[in-house]
Design a protein around this ligand. Structure first.
Ligand code: ADP
Ligand code: MG
Length: 708
């Protein structure tokens, strides 16, 4: 990125933590091991959890359930040890002039007991709970109280995250505050130089970096604190977006890519003669975007999002045909054998008699077949290879791999993507297709190093799936309904939760369920397929195929059918214990029905106990079919850390920012970063020099260098 290096003075912030007064070798060791604090900079970024306003006290008599935390001052009137052994606890009663509060410790009893004396005044802070209507605090923070002394203390005292181990060694939050204060004695304004462009600072009225760090630790007022947080959050988001943008543009500029210069006979023939339906506008647009990219001479890394059933597979296939037209091989990777098999079957089906060599390679391919496939890959006569992880194993060598499609990304990590790159001397173009859409903001944040396409339109004629929630008690009625649908010639899925692939309980539940389903749907009038994780590939396949061919009317399964399976005649899905499923999982499952022209139903059966979160999930499911809206809601309920596809990326672990709540700021930061990358990518302009020197200084210090 930079041509001329700006010489960097060694920053005092790189000094080891031992240079701070009071940090002994032993303490330094603990800080490193427990909190990852090695240098001044790390301590500076060890932000307080909150601040205590020592001058503001709650009256015990006025505490109620709306007070999550409370701070009170009062005299200790009683100290008791209660219970024995495991239930042993220390109960301290403290009172002010309005009431009594119980403080409880289950651990560190001896130590606390030595610190507290009856009749003495204390300042107490902690999380409040009520027991039989009386206020209580477990493991509060407590210190001797004297009104004069406390009034002269800083207005807001920082409270730092610490660990039990640190606390036991005398490195509690208060000591961390002292160390941080000592650190500020050693550093000055110049040690925290500006790293944002001046126009941005004035546009958003940001306080200086030095002030921001000071105020986030030791704010003089709530408002100062808010300003500090705002600036530091913005910085975090801005540099995250900038780094991703740099990775992307470096790739654009430097990476030589394979040239898919022409659209040839295979594509044209397929388009004109074989395509079973007209493409949607969105499918066409995405095809154009990707064609342009792959025809540009640089390597493509693209994320393709589209709701369940939006028709990503056919787009991928057509791109693989373009690759073949240009003399390149393609590979399509799916997360499960069933799905790989399905892709293989449906692709073979639409290609009919076209002269394209397509093979399937999975973990259960027979040795002879495997050998044959490897030979075809190696000599270049195979054009499309479909499979599971098996296709990226090292012994799979291609003559000229040009295009790789990764379906249902969330089961693949960044590492696997990198492995694909190495399959050709010039890395193949890569298309990552997500199984469940994630909100655009999140996608651009988590996969900011990838280019982005979206199929935001469903094929015509799709009716939204009618989704209902029903209690387990009414199962027989639900099954009667399923019978009616089957009588009309349709098929049904009945899905059981699978929390862990190997869980015995899940398996037993499934078997019980299967017996029950059989009693509702006796042979020979009805036939049932069953698919679950404990079957071998052949069993799964046989069962799947019988259902696909319509030989069985009912498919009982665990979530192995979650992704991709395509049986348009299936019009009902019953999901057992639906409250146990996550939102995106429910949406994926539901996507298995509503694939044909018939009106389809998804019935969520629920048990007697449903948590509030689960209730909300179920409600959203019954309200909308829109995967993007569901993804937004999911994000709101669960937070970004849990959203599928983002865990492995590790990109969303900001210290301060939260991409759900700080979405507006994220947009602003992305726009600002994008603007710089566009107008001054080398950051040579006066205004951008601070940004550039900061990036240089931080090089190699973050996880960023490991991404992409
Ligand atoms: P997903 O995006 O979830 O992977 P698929 O690629 O499996 O979706 O497509 C879902 C179904 O829609 C398939 O049966 C496919 O043949 C069909 N389909 C795809 N595109 C269209 C279209 N333009 N018109 C009609 N049906 C389509
Ligand atoms: Mg799919």
């Amino acid at each position: 990125m930079q041509k001329k290096r700006i010489s960097q003075p060694v920053s005092i912030l790189n000094n080891p933590i031992e240079y701070i007064q009071g940090v002994t070798a032993l303490k330094a060791d603990l800080l490193k091991k427990e909190l990852g604090i090695f240098r001044f900079q790390d301590l500076l970024e060890h932000y307080p959890l909150r601040h205590l306003d020592k001058t503001r006290l709650d009256k015990i008599g006025q505490l109620n359930a709306s007070n999550e935390y409370a701070q009170v001052a009062g005299k200790v009137t009683d100290i008791n040890i209660m219970g024995e052994k495991r239930s042993k606890r220390l109960v301290v009663t403290i009172e002010d002039d309005t009431g009594e509060l119980e403080l409880v410790w289950f651990q560190g009893i001896n130590w606390v007991q030595k610190m507290i004396f009856p009749g003495q005044p204390y300042l107490v802070f902690g999380k409040l709970s009520f027991f039989l209507g009386k206020p209580q605090m477990a493991h509060p923070e407590i210190e001797a109280y004297s009104p004069q002394k406390n009034a002269t203390k800083p207005f807001l005292e920082p409270v730092y995250p610490s660990t039990e181990k640190l606390k036991a060694r005398g490195l509690n939050g208060r000591v961390l505050a002292k160390l941080t204060a000592a650190l500020f004695q050693l550093i000055a304004e110049k040690d925290l130089p500006e790293n944002l462009p001046a126009p941005l600072i004035s546009q958003y009225k940001f306080i200086s970096r030095y002030q921001a760090y000071r105020q986030i630790h030791f704010p003089v007022s709530e408002q100062h604190y808010q300003h500090a947080v705002r600036r530091l959050k913005f910085e975090e988001l801005f540099f995250a977006q900038l780094r991703m943008g740099l990775i992307r543009s470096a790739r654009h500029r430097n990476s030589r890519g394979l040239l898919f210069g022409q659209v040839g006979d295979l594509f044209n023939n397929f388009y004109n003669e074989y395509l079973p339906f007209p493409l949607t506008g969105a499918q066409k647009r995405v095809l154009r975007e990707i064609r342009k990219d792959a025809g540009s001479g640089r390597q493509m890394n693209r994320l393709l999002q589209g709701d369940v059933g939006s028709g990503k597979t056919i787009v991928a296939l057509m791109l693989m045909l373009i690759a073949a037209d240009n003399g390149f091989q393609s590979v399509m990777m799916a997360p499960t054998e069933i799905l790989a098999q399905q892709h293989f079957n449906s692709i073979r089906l639409v290609l009919k008699d076209m002269p394209v060599c397509v093979k399937l390679l999975t973990g259960s391919s027979k040795a002879r077949e495997r050998k044959e496939i490897l030979k075809l890959c190696g000599d270049g006569s195979l054009q499309i290879l479909i499979g599971t992880h098996a296709v990226i194993e090292d012994h799979v060598v291609f003559k000229n791999l040009g295009f790789a499609v990764i379906d249902e990304q969330h089961k693949f990590g960044v590492a696997q993507r990198a492995r694909l790159w190495k399959k050709n001397s010039i890395p193949p173009h890569i298309l990552v297709m997500t199984a469940t859409p994630i909100p655009r903001t999140l996608a651009l944040t988590a996969y900011g190093d990838l280019d982005y396409s979206v199929i935001d339109e469903l094929p015509p004629g799709r009716q939204p799936v009618v989704t209902l929630q029903r209690s387990e008690n009414t199962r027989h009625k639900v099954m009667d309904f399923v019978k009616e649908e089957i009588a009309k010639g349709r098929q049904a899925y009945i899905v059981y939760p699978l929390i862990e692939e190997s869980s015995k309980v899940d398996y037993e539940n499934l078997m019980k369920g299967y017996e029950e389903v059989k009693s509702f749907f006796p042979e020979p009038r009805y036939w049932i397929s069953m698919v679950h994780g404990r079957q071998d590939a052949e069993q799964k396949e046989t069962n799947m195929q019988r259902f696909v061919k319509g030989e069985t009317q009912i498919m009982v399964s665990t979530t192995v059918i979650e992704v991709g399976v395509n049986v348009p005649n299936a019009s009902v899905m019953v999901i057992e214990s639906a409250e146990k499923f996550g939102l995106s999982q429910l949406h994926q499952l539901r996507g298995r029905v509503g694939r044909g022209a018939e009106k389809s139903f998804c019935i969520l059966l629920t048990g007697p106990r449903i948590s509030n979160d689960a209730r909300e999930r179920l409600k959203i499911m019954t309200e909308t079919n829109d995967g993007f809206r569901i993804a937004e809601k999911d994000l709101e309920i669960r937070g970004p850390g849990d959203v599928e596809g983002t865990q492995q990326s590790g990109i969303l672990n900001f210290k301060l920012a939260d991409i759900v709540h700080d979405r507006v700021m994220l947009e602003a930061a992305r726009a600002a970063a994008g603007g710089i990358l566009e107008s001054d990518p080398d950051m040579k302009e006066e205004d951008n020099i601070p940004v550039r020197s900061w990036l240089q200084q931080q090089k190699g210090k973050t996880a960023w260098s490991k991404i992409s």
